[in-house]
Design a protein around this ligand. Sequence first.
Ligand SMILES: Nc1ncnc2c1ncn2[C@@H]1O[C@H](COP(=O)(O)OP(=O)(O)O)[C@@H](O)[C@H]1O
Ligand SMILES: [Mg+2]
Length: 834
Amino acid sequence: MTGKIVEIPLLAIRNTVIFPVLAFPINVGREKSLRAVDESMEGDRLMGIVAQTDAKIEDPDTGELHAVGTAVKILKSVKMPGNKLNVIIQGISRIKIMEYVHTEPYLRARVEMLEEQELKGAEVSALLMNLREEAQRIIELSPHIPSEASFLVKSIDNPAILSDIVASNLSVSLEEKQDLLETLDVKERMEKVVALLTKEIQVLELSNKIQTEVKGEMDKAQREYFLREQMKAIQKELGEVDERQEEFEDLKRSVKRAKMPREVEKVALKELRRMSRMSPGAAEYTVSRTYLDWLIELPWQVESDDNLDIKNAEQVLDDDHYGLTKVKKRILEYLAVRKLKKDMKGPILCLVGPPGVGKTSLGKSIARCMDRQFVRMSLGGVRDEAEIRGHRRTYIGSLPGRIIKGLKKAGTNNPVFVLDEIDKLGADYRGDPSSALLEVLDPEQNSTFSDHYLEVDFDLSSVLFVATANQIGPVPGPLRDRMEIIEVPGYTAEEKLRIARRHLIAETLDDHGLTAEHIEITDDAIMTLITSYTREAGVRQLKRELAALCRAVARDIACEEVNGKVKVTGDSIEGIRGPIKFFQEVAERTAYSGVATGLAWTPVGGDILFIEATLMKGSGKMILTGQMGDVMKESAQAGMSYVRTRAKPLGISEDVFENFDIHVHIPAGAIPKDGPSAGVTMITAIVSLLTGRPVNHELAMTGEITLRGHVLPVGGIKEKVLAASRAGIKHVVMPDKCEKDLVEIGDDIDLNLEFTFVSRVEEVLEFALGKDIFDGKERKPQEGMPPRKVSRSRKSASTKKTAKSTKSARASKTSKKKTSKKKPASGGGARAGM
Ligand SMILES: Nc1ncnc2c1ncn2[C@@H]1O[C@H](COP(=O)(O)OP(=O)(O)O)[C@@H](O)[C@H]1O
Ligand SMILES: [Mg+2]
């Protein structure tokens, strides 16, 4: 390919490459260039244009110009403001610079006009067709190219010209354009153009796809996303690594690794795809990401191996808890059945009992003996269904419910899951959490438990649920039906002592960095804590007292106030723990006539209550105070009527009922009380008052009465009896029909109590006030205060057998402190049933 040699002015251009054929406007501003245009205009309007190798150079040297350029004809030249020219040129042919004639005052060179080859053949036609199609595609995809271009592309069938036209319109770098200009072989040039077109089409297609996909709802975040996607496409073109892509790949691998059920995995992958189309800055992105993380981290298939060795289980249960024989036996049976029948849809165990008796920690032990993970969820005050089942993801900041959270924490799908204090579950307008729990606990339903947040089912059938409650009454019926109730009774003082010895002391010492070298706590000291500093069915407060003791000793040791071992005895407790908190107050309270000790059932394990009666001038009215419920008030009225009908044999003058008012009060006036079981106690208090005889102070009683003087059975015997034992009562009078209820207590508990079973009120009165009470001798109400010496009665009322060694020390202390307040510890706000 050789051609004519001519000498023409040259123009250096910076930021484009001019191809032959098309007309093209250029702006000319540099002095040298203006001179070149002038020169050309004065001659035959022919001029050469060459691109600079570096666009930044103001006055390029000949070495800084490409060797191949374009010969053009100036079609028009228009003067522009600022001594500039707008020149319209038409490319004629490629030129090759032979030599520069001069470079000042403008560039002038001898150039060879290069002629294009004539090409024919099947291969060329194919290339041409290809080129046309690709060019058409670009025109379709690019909104800024006028559609007339399509017509142009169709009408040109010279391969050299067509490829130059397309090349000049490609959005590729200057280097690539220059390369195309320098490619003199037309076939090669066409191939290069086609390759560039294909690449550009890919980019365009991608961005068009994104555009159509997001066009619907193109808000600000999405616009940003769209730009980012374009950037991504460009980055991809440039071969740069895409971190986000990597993140998605990572997530995808995690999804696969999480071994989700097939449907769940589908949901997860769908979410992942959705997420990959979002901007990482958008709030939705985080929501999506959090959701995926939850799906990934749940233990879909992670299961721990069960240890069903019954011997081992027995050992672990015994190691962790003292006593509780019945409860442990039941747990072992449960495990045994489980061992025989692997897929047991077993009942859910529900441990019921007062606070601090070890219900929750038994749950932990069950987990330990089966080698399972342990999770605990407290249901106290849960009123919202969503706490159990989660919030739908449409809420900002929503999360799964506590069941799913618990499983994630456990990391296995078969933990022991303690639903603690199921009786404290509430319900309000936000939905009933118990219905959600119902689904959780139902073996027929819980393999497809659905959390509102997850929206996919989770199989809970391998979870071993254990519920706990203080009382079973408030637990909704349907829930109760699903559970097997195991009662955990309260402890007697003796048992508490053993629990402290075997478990609590070691634990507390350990918690405080103490060892048996530092401190010795005598049984006497522990008993003093049990009887005078705590008043509870369980051992929670006792544990706290022990901790306080340890803190005090630890402080002394740390301050080096002591050398060697500290010995804590019953007598030293008051010095360390301050004044006694609770009295064994029975004897003191019943020192006056008109006071009788009753037994109450309370949700925290039963308690004793005193019923006081007093007399004042009046007109035969009866006053009842102390937050008595209606049933209890009626019971008091009935008691009064009974006493009036028996006034004669009791030696009570009729005059009392006409000229005096009788006031019956139950202290701890802030606690509501109700129920009929205080009947016998009321009668006893009233008769004691009116006959002036104090009640046997080691005695407590319970029983409903009739007007005819029958004693009817009452409930809550077990709690009442345990409370009596704890309070140091020696003798309990109860309806004979209740004798069978004592079986519930079990033989292993040493109560230190005697029982009298009665069927008639007369028996109660004779027992409480003396055999001769019905002898008809005239008796006067006791006026003024105590007939009995407090110190004497204290001594005998202390828990002689259960607290042998503390007796004398405490008795002397309490008698000194008669005025301290003695609050029956019926548990704050709890309702007492009598
Ligand atoms: N029989 C027992 N043997 C050993 N420790 C016990 C016993 N009963 C209760 N405890 C301890 O008393 C504390 C309170 O028990 P917890 O399980 O919280 O009671 P609950 O759940 O019944 O209110 C725990 O530290 C527990 O280990
Ligand atoms: Mg608990």
